[in-house]
Design a protein around this ligand. Sequence first.
Ligand code: HEM
Length: 272
Amino acid sequence: MTAEREAVCPLRPPEYVSYAHMDRLHELVEPRTDSPREVVFLLVSHVKELLFRVGYVELGQAREQMRADRVDQACLALDRAAQSLRVLVQTWDLLTSMSPDEFLVFRHILGEASGTQSFMYRTLEFSLGNKDPRMVAAAEDQLALYPQLRRELAARTVYDEALGLLAREGLDIPAAVLERDVSAQYRPDAAVELAWRAVYEQPARWPAAHRIAERLTEVAFRFSHWRASHLLVVERMLGSKPGTGGTTGVPWLREINEHRFFPELWSVRTSL
Ligand code: HEM
């Protein structure tokens, strides 16, 4: 490395490894059996966790931009969030090549470990607006451990920011919705559905709201796609066995699967 380059970049070679701590990253994969499938399961789990965070970062940007009425930038951030969710959906393909007998070789070492304990997934869900009291209760212990999760529980969600933007655009969003307790689960509101209906009936009159509506729908669609793919993978691996996290497994996930982010954006489709 030349002296000039060293002044610009003080990192010692090999930069790729030291900058991103690739050595530490690989050390984090500690299989407890000899199964190569377990190694892949761990790697895919890590990849998913990191992608949850990518989505969360982009949604944080989307919130900021909507709050500042910067619609172009908000759309860009929502597009990026949707893209991270599309990649997340594809990662299931890395697990579908595992047969149930291969999974059973290492399933027992999971004990009570379950995706339900993923604080990053929960942070992402909270930021989008799913503050289901059951999930909040399940995350109770984690709230003390992960300040970001606690902050997110008390923060305005992506949907709150979107509805605030709609109101500033001149659409009729009730004060009760704009001033709601943002730490609670979002409840669908008839007036909000009417506002979205106005947007879809007259997109030329409400171009900013229309662009945001379709981006939000894409994010919600991709998230639900991830959940639906997870459900299918679980059915393929476990049949109707209960989950390691203590739920009934497939029936429990099937119920979760019915949840939709930004509910009026889904219900409005019926009335168009
Ligand atoms: C063979 C693969 C997998 C199986 C059989 C499986 C099974 C399950 C089951 C049965 C549940 C319900 C809760 C429980 O009782 O445990 C669950 C929840 C969950 N799993 Fe998986 N899982 C698999 C892979 C993954 C991976 C790789 C991730 C991502 C890191 C993941 C993330 C989650 C999340 C976030 C939940 C909670 C969903 C919610 O609360 O809405 N799962 N999983």
